[in-house]
Design a binder for this molecule. Sequence first.
Ligand code: SF4
Ligand code: SF4
Length: 427
Amino acid sequence: MIKRSFIGFTKPLIAYDALESAPPEPKQIQTPKKITLFIDTPYNYKDSLLLNIGDNVKTGQRLSYSEDNDAYVIASATGTISSITSILGDYGKSYTAVTIDTNETEEMDDHFTALRKDPTFDTAKNYLDSMPGKPSFNRFIDSENSIDTIIICGMDADLYIKTNQYILKAELEAIANGIRILKDITQVDHVIIAVPESLMQDAILLGTEVRTVNTEYPAALPHLMVKSFTGQAVPVGKDFGDIGICFFTAEAVASIGKTFANGSIPVTKTFTFIDKNEIKTLVSAKIGTTVSEILDAFDITLDEKDRIIFGGPMTGSAIYSADYPILPDTDAIIVQARDKLDYISDYPCINCGDCVRSCPANIPVNMLVRLLEAGQYEEASDQYDLYSCIECGLCSYVCVSKIPVFHYIKLAKYELDLTRTAEATNA
Ligand code: SF4
Ligand code: SF4
């Protein structure tokens, strides 16, 4: 495998939306009649679940999968469990979907109230994994190397999205409290907050190291921030944990701060909603609210072949049903009208080199794409640096032949990971 630095010549093309002043409060979505929560483990009907259809649950209650599997989710509403099923996410990822028929009257679960007085890492890991912003506590356990730096993203990695910039502006006190608790429970003293220049004055009030992020895409992608702030590159095939770094979003840190200050676990997600006319609105909805509820609140009708994307325009993923719920890490939803969809073709590569010039990882994308189109994933990995890709999507964006290069790359990584996991299991 070629060990190539991921930092290459970057052709600046597009800019992030930097928040200059506090935007209006997010549009509030009422608690719907049903919410659907995902537990991050595949559903097997043969398992002895700790959840049953007909169980009554309270808002903030921890819903555990089984005695043998510590996966859980926090109920974002009060009501009765009406279904437990298997659901497939992106690239074959499998979840257990728990649907709750909600009550009009909300009852708050109080198990966390006693725990808030003495914050510990175990408490955070066992209760806060599915909070808004989806904090990554497992990174502290899974990493072979100890974490010595936490980077808090006060800027979203993809374009159009203002979710974490808004949280930074609106929830400074909660973030400051969250940073104090994070330092205490993880014993990590080096905490960096990454913000655009326009939020520098807000971030300074947090009393931790502030770094500014260039507003030219893709400067806010994690690999590029790490290179800019620490001078380190993540070795090919390794993760941030391998160089002692863990990321949290500003929303996750604010959620940690609020949870321990109030004794109740936040269950409302903030996200940027972008409608068919590319109008951006910040929205606040219970985790588990379906996309169709959001569309109704905006009076949007989906027409045949319109597309819904979770995430930003460069790196987001299309979802296949408006019944898909808002997840703890859903920072943006884009609704694209069919006449505005990016055209994707099966034209051949004309070897123009635009993708190579744009690639921040310095990958010979024009060569890589030939192997990916032929399904030669091992060769793509060995000869053309597949795993150096930092998944910015610029190659697809600039491709004159409209080849979905980025999606080929994601598929190739997924297929290779499957093959390698199967080989390791057999061995
Ligand atoms: S998505 Fe494309 S442009 Fe971006 S790093 Fe990967 S190969 Fe390079
Ligand atoms: S931008 Fe598209 S057409 Fe041009 S070299 Fe890259 S893959 Fe080929």
